[in-house]
Structures are given as structure tokens and as C-alpha cells.
Design a protein around this ligand. Structure first.
Ligand code: EPZ
Length: 475
């Protein structure tokens, strides 16, 4: 990879050196499924020169959250499963490492993954890896269903709330398991010493992860399971589709009740990971925030319907043709400014909590004041303090934020920011695109967990964003 000489200077050897990635789009294909070399991985940063208009078309990657649950489900299957469109993210690589730690064989190349779990002989996945991502914990369902026991560390993931696992534990108990939580691990085993038994369980609230994990467990339980008040997210439907393709009997995905008739065995199958609705929503908001017009595909419009409604109400122009979506907020199209709006996050089909921070950035650039109420996670306002460093006028009270929109002549001004979680982190990138001057964002490893080649895709659209990677030792 060609390094630009201007980014290397040799004055002071103690200060870490940065090399800059700001080359053009061909970088997209080259990076498939390769982790950067060791010396180059210490706390990279983004620098963003704001004020650039975006234009053109951006490809949307496969869904992170669908890929994670489908990868967990391959543990239920004998033989090989083949997945297409698995995004190249640190989270999917961690999930692959979790499956390998159990004994699964995995081949991966250019977004395609072959997983064979016939060799799985352990029921305790690598605790360190589980500690990195929430989705890793989902393997407790397939392991318990297949082997009658599982020992799984408590999961990691974004620090956006307490994120307990009580619904998983009570749900598995309803399927005939003895489940104990102790020393940071959940130990579960089938009470009858053989396997799970079909049962009934009502979730207190429609947890996505608990729904997916209990669905996988029930697929290999003896008898019928009825899960009610379940999550209706598209990722739940994607998982049910994969399981059904692998021989499972799952009905009701997308509704608030699942009916699952257990089978002794499932078989490997092939599936395409659907496009990431949250990545698509993030680029739709990037267009609105920078008052630009861009198109993107593949997108399933019904998956971003809530956001489409809000952007239309704000004054954006949106067109959908097949799986291509175009968002325009160009002044010629929408007049000199967009109107603010209120948002209340809710489980699907409500407004997605994973688009809340990015939407807040848009609202700082709109006319009038707006209210954002976060109802899914109790601690998902961490990005506000960083946005305030750019001059954003946001007041937070508990899980509600009041955003004062743009006043004539006021603009966000660049600053040095720190990303603390995935979606909060990407909201800082969007704010950097709108801010006057050069914004620097550290902690971008959080962003790389959920966005494939974000900076390269933004450069494709004309943004002036660089990825700086510190060198710990001179070349
Ligand atoms: C999934 O997390 C997604 N992660 C999250 O995306 C997403 O924000 C969330 O669903 C909601 O849409 C993955 O799919 C890997 P929940 P999950 O269980 O399953 C409470 C991103 O940025 N709860 O639906 O962990 C919980 O504390 C990530 O991609 C319990 O109380 O979310 C929360 O308040 C962030 N007990 C609420 O339910 C439980 O046993 C919803 O969480 C489980 C959850």
C-alpha cells in the first residue's frame, strides 16, 4: 500500500508517528477480511475537514447484527453452512473466533464464509472474545440445545446501559434448563440430562438478543415452544429464515409470537446476509446533515421506513427504485433549511435506537428545537458531551435530550473528540462532516466494530476524511 510521504516527518522520534490512509476507492476490495498488521493498530484516528458536499452512490454492506446471530445459529447445523455478504468488521471476526474456539472450522474470503460445526467439542467459548461483543452470548442457545449444556461468560458490547441477561436465563429455564449465574459466567444444563424441552415463555420486553437466542434453542428442543412478546426486528426475521432453510420449523417471525417445533437435527444451508439497515440509515442522515444528494444500495425501504418518514417531514426528498434509495437535502431541492422533529426510540417497527445519536446530529443543524427520547437503553446519551464540544446546544435530562437547532450564521465548529461506542462514535463522524474546520476523532475502533470501510466509503462520496494510524516505531 502506497504511503504518502507528506504524512511522515522525522523530527521527533518519541512522538508516535501517524501514517494516513486517504487513498481512493480501490482500497475497498483490497481490505476484505484482512486484519491490519500489528504495528499499525494502536488507536487510529479520523481527521475530517468539514463542509464538503457529498455526491454519488455508496454500496451498503451486509447487516452486522443479522450476520452475528446467523453465525451463532450455524452451531445448530451439521455439515457446512455458506454465508454470502458477511461484512468485514471486527465484530464478525470476533464471532468467527468464538466459533473457532468451540472447534468449528471457518473459511472466509471476500465476504463469503463457510462454517462447519461438526467438530465442535467444547461448550465453553473463549471468554475474552465473548467479553468483546454482545452477540457472542447468543451461542448459549445453540450450545445448550445441541449438547445439553453450556458455560458462557457474560457478554461485552457497547456501554449504553446495564444490558442484563435475565430474559435469556428465564427463557432457557422455561425450556427445561437449570441455569446459574456466577463468577461472571452463565452455566446452563438440561434438567433431564439430555436436552431442552418445548415450553411457553413471555418476554417482559421484546429483547432482540433474547428472542434470537431462545428461538435457536427451541429449534432443537423436544416439542413445541411458544415465545410471546418477542422482538420483531428484521434481524429476527433474517435468523428465522436461515434456521428454516436449515430444516427448522419456525413460524411467526416478524409478529409478536413465535411458534417453534423442535427438530433433532438441522443441516448446513446457504444464505445471503441482508443489507445493513443501520448503515443505510447512517448514510441517509449523512446526506441530510451535509445538505447533499446521494444514493445507496442495496436497501430494503421498509427497514428504514421510520427514518424515511422523519426525513420527509424535515423537508428532504427521498426516492426509492427497487433496492436503491436516494436522499436529497440539496437547498435547490428542499429550500434553505430543514425543519427539526421529535424522536422517541422504540423496538421495531418504532424508531431504531441505533440511529438515535446520528439523528441528534441532524437535529442540531435544523430549524427549531427538537426532543429526542431514548426508551430502549437507559444510558445512550454518551455522545452528547462530545457533540457539545463542537458547539451543539443540547440539554439532557435522564434519557431525554432537547436539541436547539441551527440559528442563522451559527455552525458546528471543529474540535478533538473521543468515540466511546459504535453509534455514538459514528455520530461524531457525521458531525465532523458538518463542522467548520478539521475535527479529530480518536477511539475509532468502536466505529470499525460496525461499519465496513466507513472512511473509504465516505471518500467515495467526496468527504475529506483521513484515517491516521500511529506508528509506534520508525519505519
Ligand atoms: C440488539 O442488542 C442489537 N445488537 C443492538 O445493536 C440494538 O441496539 C438492540 O438489539 C435493540 O435494537 C445485536 O443484535 C448484536 P435488546 P440486544 O436485548 O439484543 C433489556 C448496535 O449498535 N434487556 O433488545 O442486546 C436491555 O438492557 C447494537 O449494533 C433486559 O432487560 O438488545 C435493553 O434495555 C447496540 N434483559 C432492552 O432490553 C435481557 O435479558 C433492549 O435490549 C435482555 C435485554
Amino acid at each position: 500500500m502506497a504511503l504518502s510521504s507528506s504524512t511522515l516527518c522525522h523530527q521527533n522520534l518519541t512522538k508516535p508517528y501517524y501514517i494516513s490512509f486517504h487513498k481512493q476507492p480501490h482500497i475497498l476490495s483490497h481490505l476484505q477480511f484482512q486484519t491490519p498488521p500489528k504495528t499499525l493498530t494502536l488507536d487510529p484516528k479520523f481527521t475530517i475537514t468539514g463542509g464538503c458536499k457529498l455526491s454519488g452512490h455508496v454500496p451498503i454492506s451486509g447487516s452486522k447484527n443479522s450476520a452475528l446471530s446467523i453465525l451463532a445459529a450455524t452451531l445448530c447445523c451439521s455439515g457446512t453452512s455458506k454465508l454470502h455478504g458477511v461484512p468485514n468488521l471486527s465484530d464478525t471476526r470476533t464471532m468467527a473466533s468464538i466459533l473457532r474456539s468451540l472447534g468449528a472450522e471457518i473459511e472466509a474470503c471476500n465476504g463469503e464464509m463457510w462454517i462447519n460445526a461438526d467438530g465442535v467439542g467444547s461448550v465453553e467459548p473463549c471468554p475474552e472474545d465473548i467479553g468483546k461483543i454482545r452477540g457472542g452470548f447468543f451461542v448459549i442457545g445453540p450450545l445448550l440445545a445441541r449438547f445439553g449444556e453450556a458455560v458462557v461468560a457474560l457478554p461485552g458490547g457497547c456501554d449504553i446501559g446495564t444490558r442484563p441477561v435475565d430474559l435469556y436465563i428465564r427463557g432457557l429455564r422455561a425450556l427445561g434448563a437449570i441455569v446459574e449465574l456466577g463468577d461472571g459466567k452463565v452455566r446452563a444444563q438440561a434438567a433431564n440430562g439430555r436436552g431442552l424441552v418445548g415450553g411457553r415463555f413471555r418476554l417482559d420486553h421484546p429483547s432482540v438478543g433474547a428472542t434470537e437466542t431462545l428461538m435457536m434453542a427451541a429449534c432443537m428442543a423436544d416439542g413445541v415452544t411458544v415465545l410471546s412478546n418477542v422482538a420483531k426486528e428484521p434481524e429476527v426475521i433474517d435468523l428465522a429464515r436461515f434456521l428454516t432453510g436449515s430444516g427448522a420449523c419456525v413460524e411467526g417471525a416478524g409478529s409478536d409470537t413465535l411458534y417453534i417445533k423442535g427438530k433433532n437435527q438441522l443441516h448446513g444451508s446457504e444464505c445471503i446476509v441482508p443489507p445493513d439497515r443501520i448503515e443505510a440509515g447512517t448514510f441517509m442522515l449523512a446526506a441530510a446533515i451535509t445538505r447533499s444528494s446521494i444514493s445507496m444500495s442495496p436497501v430494503i425501504p421498509s427497514h428504514v421506513a421510520c427514518l424515511i418518514d422523519k426525513l420527509l417531514a424535515a423537508g428532504c426528498k427521498i426516492t426509492c427504485a427497487h433496492d436503491t434509495l436516494e436522499v436529497s437535502a440539496v437547498p435547490d431541492d428542499v429550500g434553505d433549511n430543514l425543519q427539526g422533529f421529535d424522536v422517541r426510540t422504540c423496538p421495531f417497527p418504532g424508531f431504531p435506537t441505533d440511529l438515535q445519536p446520528q439523528t441528534m446530529v441532524l437535529l442540531t443543524t435544523c430549524n427549531g428545537s427538537s426532543i429526542v427520547e431514548e426508551t430502549v437503553f437507559e444510558n445512550r446519551m454518551g455522545h452528547v458531551r462530545e457533540l457539545q464540544k463542537l458547539g451543539a446546544r443540547i440539554q439532557v435530562c435522564g434519557s431525554t435530550a432537547v436539541i436547539c437547532g441551527k440559528e442563522k450564521g451559527s455552525a458546528l465548529l471543529s474540535s478533538q473528540l473521543v468515540a466511546k461506542d459504535l453509534r455514538g462514535g459514528v455520530s461524531l463522524v457525521l458531525a465532523g462532516l458538518a463542522a467548520e474546520g478539521v475535527t479529530e476523532i480518536s477511539g475509532i475502533a468502536h466505529i470499525d466494530r460496525g461499519y465496513e470501510n466507513l472512511d473509504a466509503k465516505l471518500r467515495l462520496l467526496g468527504a475529506d476524511i483521513k484515517r491516521l494510524i500511529p506508528l509506534t516505531s520508525p519505519l
